[in-house]
Design a protein around this ligand. Sequence first.
Ligand code: FIX
Ligand code: ZN
Length: 418
Amino acid sequence: MKSESGNANNIAAQVERIVAATPVSDIHTHLYDPAFGELLLWGIDDLLVYHYLVAEGFRYFDIPYEKFWILSKTQQADLIWDALFIQNSPISEACRGVLTTLNLLGLDVRKRDLPALRKWFADWQVEDYITRCMELAGVKSICMTNSPFDDVERPVWEKGFHRDGRFTAALRIDPLLVSWAETAPRLEKWGYNVNETLSEQTIKEVRRFLSDWTRKIQGRYMMVSFPPDFDFPADNSCAQLLEKAVLPECRELGIPMALMLGVKRQVNPGLRLAGDGIGLSKLSALEHLCARFPENKFLVTVLARENQHELCVMARKFRNLHIFGCWWFTNIPYIVDEMTRMRLELLGLSMTPQHSDARVLDQLIYKWQHSRKLISQVLQDKYSDLAKTGWEVSPEEIQRDVQNLFGGAFESFEKRKT
Ligand code: FIX
Ligand code: ZN
């Protein structure tokens, strides 16, 4: 007969093996199909100038912001490398991530030799490198963030291209909801008969815009990020457009609406992309949306740690709410561990614990390596708690559960009729 600790070791090893080997669908990234050319970032310099590292670099730099921004990418990367890896040990999650990535790519990080790293990357072709990164990260599909409001991205869609089947799309509509006054004239220019007042005609045309673009990109969901003060219901264009155009169109197309709540854009504009902050969201707005639109599906992540518990409880009340990912400032081991435990304890397996939010292809490697380790540890604890009651999970059951966490639960949510 096996001892109790022998069984526990066995389960732990099985969970570790299964979590490491199960491919994941990454449901939110800022990566692009290679057809978008320069928009797909990769390589050591892009890893180093990631906005997470820019923000950390400025804790040490003493040059003015503008002096940094006029430097070339290589020069910026040199400064960040020196401040965050050479002058100080690279302990932060974003720094450690660069090293995990390099290490798993088979590079010797001990040498601290940036020119040699650059040489190694220069030998890759992007198509091969995508395959290598996805293999190492165990990622089977990458959902992009696609904005018709991006002047570099839009023409690529308009011209058309042969899709890489590993990349799926999501329609990002922040400007439409967050700054309607500036966005209306753009829609008008693109042939939609709208004006600033939200007349019936305008609503109809906004819906046509959403439908055209969702179909063009084959969007899996529409998405928006909102500041902490987002409210619903409310007497403003954002709430009106959401209620009258966006949600009805999501219903019509049968796709979820993703809400990313709690980002305070540009609290420090000098930092550019690195200058966004955080605030506590008013989740009663989400509660109203879930209750009032049971036929809409909401895919939600919140930025503030202090909002996480309330969000989990809300997902217990509304099955049209699917929570996902440890977004941005919460994607650090300390908080991922806490959030993953809390979500599993409150929701079981009916959620998607992580997305990568990768902006640079190679980041898939570290983001998934780090997340897998944490998710595996939490699952091991949970299954071993079950084992204490006599309930033993089989490898097939573990596999099923992990598949759900790594994209299966999200797919069921997508398919579910409301
Ligand atoms: O709004 C978003 O999708 C955010 O993830 C980004 O805007 C943010 O800059 C980011 O990269 C966070 O990880
Ligand atoms: Zn994002």
